[in-house]
Every structure is written in C-alpha cells, then in structure tokens.
Design a protein around this ligand. Structure first.
Ligand SMILES: Nc1ncnc2c1ncn2[C@@H]1O[C@H](COP(=O)(O)OP(=O)(O)OP(=O)(O)O)[C@@H](O)[C@H]1O
Ligand SMILES: [Mg+2]
Length: 409
C-alpha cells in the first residue's frame, strides 16, 4: 500500500507556501516545499482571485515537477481580520426513549448553537464546543453514551465574511485543485507548535504574519477564543522605510539583517555604533539604536493589542501553558524578551514540530499545521469531499458542498 500523501497550501499576504508531505506510520516526511510572493491578498484575505489562482498554479506546477506526480487536492488556510468568534449555546431534549445520548443528539445540539443573529453577509465556518451540560451537570467534554433528559452545549462559533471565503475557494478551485478542508490560519499554526498539554492547561498562539497578527487561545484542550488584527511585520518594514528615508525593499532587507527589538542591555550599549548598508548604488547609514527605536514601538503595539484581547476574555497573565509566537514576524530577534515583558507569561518562539526538517522556521507553522490537521480530517470521515461526517464538521461539510455546487460546472 502507498503511504498517504497530503498537500498543505498556506495562502498568506506576503507569500503563498506549499508543502507536500508523506505519512509513514506516525511520521511525516517532506516530499517538497516551495513558496512564491503573493500579490492577490489584502490583510490576509484574497481580494484578487485571478492573481491568486495564477500564483497557486505556478507554485503547484513547480512542486508537481519536483515530486513527479500530480497534486489533486489541498488543505488550505483561511486568514484575515474578518474571522471572528461568537459565544453561543444550544439546548435539546434527548431523543431516545432510554435517554442515552446519541451522536444524532450531539449533532442536533451543536446545530442549535448556530441559531444566532449574525450579519447577512457572514456565515459560520465551524463550531467549537467548550462544554456540554447534561441535566445541569456541567463540564462534560464527551456526552456520547451518557444518560440524561436535557442536553446543552456551550460553544464558540467561528464566523467569516462570505465574499472573502468565496474568493479564497474560487482562487483554489480555478486551478482545478479540490479542497480537502479549510482551516483558519491560527488553528493550523497551533496544530504544529502547541502541545496537547499546553492546549489542556491553557495557552495562546500568536501568529505574526506580514499584514495580520492572529491570536488563538486554548483551554482544556479546546479553542476558546480567536481574533485576527490587521497589523503585522510589514508595518515594521514600512516604519523603517519612513524612519530611515529609504524604499520598502531596502527597509525589508535592513529589518531582516539588522533588526532587533533591542531588549537586552548589550544591544542597547552597542546601539551607538554607526551602520552602513549599500543598496541600489547608494549607501545609507544609521545606528542600531535608531533602528531599534523604530522597530520596538511597533512590535510593542502588536503585543499590546494581544494583551488587551487576552484581558477582554479574562486570560491576561492567566495562561499556564504560556504563549507561542509564530509567523515570519516572530523571527525578529529579542521578540521573546519583549513579549515576556508585555504579556508577563512564559513565551516561546514556535518552530513547527512533527514534520521532519521544518523545525527551523516559525513562518512554516501554518503550512505544517495544515498537514498535521489532516489527521483530524481523516478521523472525521473526510468532511469536505463526502459531507457525511458526524459531529462538528458537518456544518463545514455542508458549506463546502454548497461552494462546490456553485463553482464546479
Ligand atoms: N528574519 C526576519 N526578521 C524579521 N521579520 C521577518 C524575518 N523573516 C521574515 N520576516 C517577516 O515576516 C513576514 C512574513 O511572514 P509570513 O510568511 O508568516 O506572512 P504571511 O503568511 O505571508 O502573511 P499573513 O499571515 O499576514 O497573511 C514578512 O513581513 C517578513 O518581512
Ligand atoms: Mg500567514
């Protein structure tokens, strides 16, 4: 029997990344990885479908040549600040005469949680149960097979703006690829960098991309909050371009080569030394302090927003599993120290685990998580293609079936 091959496609604002991996027992090996600059997105959402399709096509054809076989379907991310969560609950009477809770009851109560008012142009992507309550007995994680009369569910609903979802699916489907599943970026990233234990005891993932920063908070193994903000590492580049009076390309190079959040004292004392870069036939000189004084306020601003969001959900300084930083923006030196000062929590930079050879780059957390998340997809019965799976994914299955009806002639 051939090993299972899965493709993850991370459509980001600065780059589109594709990873093809092969599963061998419990291990994943990389067959191919490639990335290209992305031009069809604005703040994490696909706004130019044609341009995005063209880039995906280009990327995929290179990877197909590399592995010598066709790629038919992908696990793809959805990002952008239109993604948001809403708390909700549902209540049903258990249907069987013997009052044993069946999967159908669980599906019904989760479906009931979706009866909330959301704007007309929004839809629910997924339902994340926080707890079930059986006849006022709280804190139940798995009600299947238990006995009761009233079954309640407390959930968070993940909502999205319809047009951006349509743009994303259209951009992928135009390339003749099928979609195995659509996973919100921070949930995919969390899959590759947060341990089961961290999710259990309470932890957060912060993905600092180029144009967005996403937060996903977990407790007792479940997602309890998710938010995406329209600010990322590209803002630092723009600040450098303005502050040092240079072009964006030079500013990006300066950020990557010399940038730091400058928290450690050694960096501060070395700060007065003049540095010089030569680019496009001209030279630019600045001190490390000058550069740090541009970078640190912007990184602090991003982390302050995260802190406020954690406060909003009562988790400020209350995450024993700590915070894991991912995305290309997490590569800026000394961000760990700055985040520790601002968030007052244990901080790590998250290098993707579980796929051989990827553990050096936090920018690969999302694409790696798309691959690792495919295991849940399998165990849920293959939602997107079959639309038959029980439980949580049924909603997404329905949604995708509808999208496929719309887009596949
Ligand atoms: N060494 C580095 N130091 C600082 N920043 C870096 C470094 N390497 C990459 N970056 C920044 O990371 C960003 C790209 O990160 P990433 O690939 O996670 O973004 P994306 O997924 O394309 O964007 P988004 O998630 O916002 O849609 C760019 O802004 C880039 O400048
Ligand atoms: Mg990203």
């Amino acid at each position: 029997m051939r090993n299972k091959i899965v493709t993850g496609l991370d459509i980001g604002t600065s780059t589109i990344k594709v990873l093809v991996a092969e599963r061998n027992g419990n291990e994943w090996n990389v067959l191919s990885f490639a990335q290209i600059p992305s031009f069809g997105l604005r703040r994490g959402s696909v706004v130019n479908v044609e341009e995005t399709s063209k880039n995906i096509q280009l990327l995929l054809s290179g990877v197909e040549k590399d592995i010598g076989r066709r790629i038919n379907s992908v696990f793809v991310n959805i990002g952008g600040s239109h993604l948001h969560v809403e708390p909700s609950d549902g209540l049903i009477s258990v249907s069987r005469a013997d009052k044993i809770i069946s999967q159908e009851d669980i599906d019904r109560v989760l479906e009931a949680t979706k009866s909330i008012n959301i704007p007309l142009n929004e839809e629910i992507l997924d339902v994340f149960p926080k707890e079930f309550i059986i006849d006022e007995q709280r804190g139940i994680k798995q009600p299947l097979g238990l006995t009761g009369v009233r079954l309640e569910a407390k959930v968070v609903l993940l909502c999205y703006f319809q047009s951006y979802f349509i743009n994303l699916t259209q951009a992928v489907l135009n390339t003749k690829l099928q979609i195995d599943d659509i996973i919100p970026s921070p949930i995919a990233a969390a899959e590759s960098v947060l341990s089961r234990q961290q999710k259990e005891i309470g932890s957060a993932l912060i993905d600092i991309g180029s144009a967005t920063t996403s937060l996903a908070v977990f407790d007792e193994g479940e997602l309890i909050h998710l938010a995406v903000f329209p600010l990322g590492s590209a803002n630092i580049t723009n600040d450098i371009a303005i502050g040092l009076k240079t072009d964006v390309g030079t500013a990006e190079d300066i950020k990557k080569q010399h940038g730091t959040c400058g928290v450690k004292s050694a960096a501060a004392t070395a700060g007065k030394k003049k540095m010089e870069v030569f680019e496009n036939n001209y030279s630019l000189s600045f001190t490390k302090k000058q550069l740090t004084d541009i970078i640190r306020p912007r990184v602090s601003e991003i982390l302050d927003i995260m802190q406020k969001e954690l406060k909003k959900i009562g988790r400020q300084e209350l995450l024993p599993g700590g915070v894991v930083l991912t995305g290309g923006g997490a590569k800026i030196p000394e961000i760990k120290e700055l985040a520790k000062q601002i968030l007052k929590l244990p901080i790590e930079v998250g290098f993707p685990k579980g796929i051989g050879g990827l553990d050096h780059d936090p920018a690969l957390a999302t694409v790696a998580g798309l691959i690792l998340g495919s295991v849940d997809y399998e165990s849920s019965g293959g939602v997107a293609m079959l639309g038959l799976s029980p439980g949580l994914f049924a909603g997404l299955g329905t949604k995708l079936r509808r999208m496929f009806r719309v887009f596949i002639p």
